[in-house]
Design a protein around this ligand. Structure first.
Ligand code: GCW
Length: 667
């Protein structure tokens, strides 16, 4: 009988997040029988053994010959029903709770389901319920550098300390911590991780070849929790690593090089997931240099991975970052669609096109990318950003569940068609917000973003508030009602609060260039990055209509192309994304644009003040270290929110000359 896989020991001082040992008490105090075999069954065995050791229960493998009834049976078998690789069934009758799974991960997910249910798992009768993920690939992309980058540091856009995987140019060699991370991911349903930055610098490139062993070590640590490892690779690898004269994807020697590289990866990591590629984007090499299309590029790598069952994740974040701001016809928002929609149907079966949820870059408010409605013959994955690059950098509380949920429920083809959560057959991907911080995510409440992402990826139509309650229930075990209410109060509306005190009505950016924290209204206005608001004395916003603007609105199908085309039908929250309007333009809300700007900025700060008050009132219910960390970050959030309010309001007062009708102080 194979040995149970021991539960990872959390290094001293590291927060258990949503897996506090006490969460296992209901399970650990009982008699459990585990049936079936397979590597992840040994992980389940290890989990139950550990819980029993702590809480006094007992676990047996297969038939132990005793007639004693079991409280829990965890059974991996070829079930009567197809539960797939990852699904499980849970039921309870005659005093026994039974979890059945047919695939290896299913039993592990079933175990965590029992943990989430807590004592309820062992009460009364439960009819058979089947749980299966709606999306097969639920992935986190780490933008972690191996070597510290002179500008971006160890983790690009990382706000949770250093990398969990790398430090100062080499692997950290802390498999136990990586395993603990994999365990947290499995407990919210995430099954894939990419371990290095999509901007692949020289040191990182070598992970594909002579430093592959370091990736294999990470894969070994993540494997027991069903997390497959992926690697970001540079499109120029055949040149920079292989010494070839070209990386032309149609060149036979290049294709042979990739095939060989992939074979070596699979020899070291048999369950390797695949490559992630950022090509022809922000300076990364790509197929354009050879006059080839992105489908040519993706397919070359897909062909190398195909014999091994791997996938290439090809990012659609391709645009001109050397734009002339004087040219108002070029529109960065159009770029992904213009580059990729014509290629629909040309991508290999094992290529996934990874599309950011919005057309720009993870702003607090963007429309859903039109690419997601335009490529029915391509496997699409949706990429969201858990790391809060543009949403407060984990110094501000900004729970992104409602924003992601809105995007996933959006129906690109109107009521008749599927929603984004269904269109995303290729998977859901989040840029990770995790680092070596003792709370994992810098801001302790940002753990909720990671957890919510995993659960939404499992079921994109799930209610994010239900998920948040689940996170609260696990993280703050046996929380009294006052704590639950307080946590809901500070988290539920935090995304909208952030939206209120930052750039208005979907116009985006207005952040400080480079690091992207804090306000700088004109910071990107005269830059080459394609992110403008065009405010002048008469009005503000980007005309993206087909009639008079950049034509971006016409990239949508019906009904959205019409809805977005005119300011009369465009939703308020996206008005300045799609239209340049006078300050006195009246919104559907009945307010003028300028008054909306003033009101929302005052409200955003007031809501932040209120959230801080609520948090202060929870001091007696939250562990001191966690409470203090959040309180300290709230102080900064409030300072920053006021700065946003004052800069944005003053800017628009000076541009428009229209005073606040309520006479509040605008500088
Ligand atoms: O959001 C932008 C970031 C870059 C990032 C890029 C991308 C990894 O500012 O830091 O690069 O997106 O998604 O590739």
């Amino acid at each position: 009988m194979p040995l149970p896989v021991p539960v990872p020991v959390l290094p001293e001082g590291i927060d258990p997040a949503w897996l506090p040992p006490e969460a296992f008490r209901p399970l650990g105090a009982r008699r459990t029988r585990i049936r079936g075999s397979g590597p992840l069954v040994e992980t389940v065995h290890g989990e139950v053994s550990d819980a029993c050791r702590r809480f006094g229960g007992e676990v047996v493998r297969d038939d132990d010959g005793t007639a004693a009834p079991y409280d829990l049976v965890l059974c991996r078998t070829d079930g009567p029903e197809d539960l797939g690789d990852e699904g499980f069934a849970c039921e309870r009758s005659a005093g026994t709770t039974t979890v059945t799974a047919s695939g290896p991960r299913g039993l592990l997910y079933g175990l965590f389901h029992v943990v989430r249910l807590g004592e309820d798992a062992f009460r009364g009768e439960r009819p058979r319920e089947v749980h299966r993920p709606a999306v097969a690939l639920r992935m986190l992309d780490h933008w972690d550098n191996v070597a510290v980058h002179p500008v971006m540091g160890q983790v690009e856009r990382g706000y949770a300390g250093g990398s969990l995987f790398w430090r100062d140019g080499r692997a950290r060699g802390e498999p136990e911590r990586v395993r603990a991370y994999g365990r947290l991911l499995a407990a919210c349903g995430i099954n894939a991780v990419s371990v290095n930055n999509v901007n692949v610098h020289a040191t990182e490139a070598r992970l594909l070849t002579d430093r592959l062993g370091e990736v294999a070590d990470l894969a070994a640590a993540l494997r027991p929790y069903g997390v497959r490892t992926h690697l970001s690779v540079t499109f120029a690898a055949p040149v920079v690593l292989g010494g070839l004269a070209t990386a032309d994807p149609l060149d036979a020697s290049v294709r042979a090089w990739w095939a060989d590289a992939a074979a070596r990866v699979y020899a070291a990591i048999p369950d390797f997931g695949g490559f992630v590629v950022k090509a022809d984007s922000e300076g990364q090499p790509g197929p354009f240099a050879y006059g080839r299309s992105h489908a040519d590029g993706a397919d070359a790598l897909a062909a190398a991975l195909a014999p091994h069952g791997g996938t290439v994740h090809w990012r659609a974040f391709v645009y001109d970052h050397r734009q002339d701001w004087r040219d108002r016809t070029t529109d960065r928002a159009r770029a992904a669609y213009d580059h990729f929609a014509p290629l629909d149907g040309e991508f290999a079966d094992n290529a996934v096109l990874q599309v950011k949820h919005g057309p720009m870059d993870f702003q607090v408010r963007e429309p859903v990318s039109p690419v997601l409605g335009a490529m029915p013959r391509t496997r699409l994955a949706v990429e969201v950003q858990a790391t809060q690059e543009y949403t407060g950098q984990q110094r501000h509380v900004c729970w992104l569940g409602p924003m992601w949920s809105e995007a996933l429920r959006f129906r690109p083809g109107g009521d008749a068609g599927g929603c984004v959560g269904e269109v995303a057959r290729g998977g859901l991907v989040a840029v990770s917000n995790v680092g070596d911080d003792p709370f994992w995510t810098g801001h302790p409440l940002a753990q909720a973003n990671l957890y919510t992402f995993g659960r939404l990826a499992w079921r994109p139509d799930d209610d994010p508030r239900r998920i948040l309650d689940e996170w609260i229930g696990l993280t703050f075990l046996s929380a009294p009602e006052r704590l639950i209410t307080g946590l809901r109060a500070v988290l539920h509306g935090s995304w909208r609060t952030y939206e209120k005190y930052t750039a208005p009505l979907g116009v985006g950016f207005m952040v400080q260039p480079g690091h992207h924290y804090g306000p700088s209204v004109d910071g990107y206005e005269y830059s080459p990055w394609g992110t403008y608001h065009f405010a002048d004395r008469d009005g503000v916003g980007v005309d993206r209509s087909a009639a008079t603007g950049t034509g971006y609105a016409a990239q949508y199908g019906k009904p959205w192309a019409e809805v977005y085309e005119s300011p009369g039908s465009c939703p308020d929250e996206l008005l300045l994304f799609f239209h340049h309007v006078p300050y006195e333009h009246v919104l559907h809300s009945g307010k003028t644009v300028i008054q909306h700007i003033y009101d929302s900025h005052f409200e955003g700060v007031e809501e932040t003040e209120e959230a801080l008050r609520v948090w202060e009132g929870l001091a007696d219910l939250v562990a001191p270290a966690r409470h203090a960390r959040v309180a300290e970050r709230y102080a900064e959030q409030l300072r920053s929110a006021r700065e946003w309010r004052d800069q944005v309001n003053s800017y628009f007062l000076r541009k428009s000359g229209v005073p606040d009708e309520r006479g509040r102080t605008v500088y």
